[in-house]
Design a protein around this ligand. Structure first.
Ligand SMILES: *Cc1c(COP(=O)(O)O)cnc(C)c1O
Length: 384
């Protein structure tokens, strides 16, 4: 279950083992699979916030068409990675960040009318391409984070679009290319996703006609899901079949910007068992690691599956603690009862000194975690 390459990388690390392993081959393969499911000519961007490790970003930049960034830091990373196309979203861009976007030729996903004014002021006449991020009514999809169709700080309301388009017309530096419609994160229903994309495109074409926008860009966002606890898959064949009927007018580029789906399967988080104990009837496996490295299960309230990597070496002259045929709660090194990666993990045998390996942790793993809480050393990061 743990690929030999990953086991090999972990074997080279100092004890106690605490590491992320990112596999570039998986990144490249997943990106190729996604591209094959998209209509010919579609623009595939990688949403950097899922995993901004420079080597991960660089590996993906080679095989996708560009990068979607959501901060000045990510923009700098994308520029360093040599991304051919960079798109910049996010509801709170500073003037400094907007200036960096202008000077790097970045496409800006504008989130408000004020942002359009500030962007034009910062550009000072230098040309900049913009797409309007829109919070459409009722255009939601099922998933774990709805971005549109509900009150959120993201994008411009449909009712304000006429005003936004008129504003852009009066700001000569800005060239309006289209719309950005990211709607959801972690949707597992690929057929529903294809229907959402078709509807978003129809909406963009109709809205561009109505408002007189010379449409060349429709970005339908990311949101392809990963099932962490079961065997469901975001079915790329169903996505491909659902998108096959889409009629894209000449000159209009359809852009996708997945993060999780590209990054998650390429990552493994590994942490060594430092102690095993039983309190009030439950077994606890205490790790050198925890939610300050991998916050997702705590943030979402689920148990992340883990595989035991047996390590036979035991350096001490005293007995090695172990449990057999038990369920254990997998907890970390933080002094809080919330530092839990999994509850009721079934194990045939688990010993102090064995390593638990958590798959599918390459996206929203290390990047969303509170690294400095309690000041433990960071995990090693091995990019293979
Ligand atoms: C986070 C984000 C993405 C990526 O979402 P995933 O669910 O990881 O695919 C894409 N676009 C925008 C605007 C985002 O904020």
């Amino acid at each position: 279950m743990i690929p030999p390459k990953v086991t090999g990388a972990l074997a080279a690390l100092p004890r106690p083992v605490c590491a992320y392993v990112y596999d570039r081959e998986v990144l490249r393969r997943t990106a190729a699979e996604v591209r094959a499911a998209l209509p010919a000519g579609a623009l595939l961007l990688y949403a950097v916030k899922a995993n901004g490790h420079p080597q991960v970003v660089a590996a993906l930049a080679e095989v996708v068409d560009g990068l979607e960034v959501a901060s000045g830091g990510e923009l700098a990373l994308a520029t360093q990675a040599g991304a051919a196309t960079i798109a910049f979203g996010g509801p709170a861009k500073t003037d400094t960040e907007l200036a960096a976007a202008v000077s790097t030729g970045t496409l800006v996903h504008a989130e408000s009318l004020l942002e359009l004014r500030r962007l034009a002021a910062v550009a000072g006449g230098r040309p900049v391409r913009v797409a309007l991020r829109v919070n459409r009514p009722g255009a939601g999809l099922s998933g774990s984070h709805a971005m549109t169709g509900v009150p959120t700080p993201f994008g411009i309301e449909e009712a304000a679009l006429g005003e936004a388009v008129a504003l852009v017309r009066g700001l000569p530096a800005l060239r309006l290319v289209g719309f950005h419609l990211h709607a959801v994160s972690n949707n597992l229903d690929a057929a529903a996703h294809a229907a959402y994309v078709a509807d978003a495109l129809d909406w963009a074409l109709a809205t561009a006609r109505r408002l007189g926008v010379d449409l060349s860009y429709v970005n339908v966002g990311g949101g392809f899901g990963v099932d962490y606890t079961g065997n469901a898959r975001f079915d790329l064949a169903a996505l491909r079949a659902g998108l096959a009927g889409i009629a894209l007018p000449e000159g209009v580029t359809l852009a996708f910007e997945p993060g999780r789906y590209l990054a998650a399967p390429a990552g493994w988080y590994a942490a060594e068992v430092l102690d095993l104990k039983r309190t009030h009837g439950r077994w606890f496996a205490v790790l050198r690691g925890g939610t300050h490295h991998f916050r997702l299960p705590a943030a979402w309230g689920y148990s992340h599956p883990a595989t035991v990597l047996a390590r036979d070496a035991w350096p001490y002259p005293f007995e090695r603690p172990e449990v057999r045929d038990a369920v254990v709660d997998v907890t970390g090194e933080l002094c809080t009862p919330r530092d839990v990666l999994a509850r009721d993990l079934p194990v045939d045998r688990l010993r102090v000194g064995d390593v638990l390996v958590f798959g599918n942790t390459g996206g929203y793993g290390w990047d969303i975690s509170h690294h400095d809480f309690l000041r433990h050393p960071y995990p090693s990061i091995a990019v293979i």
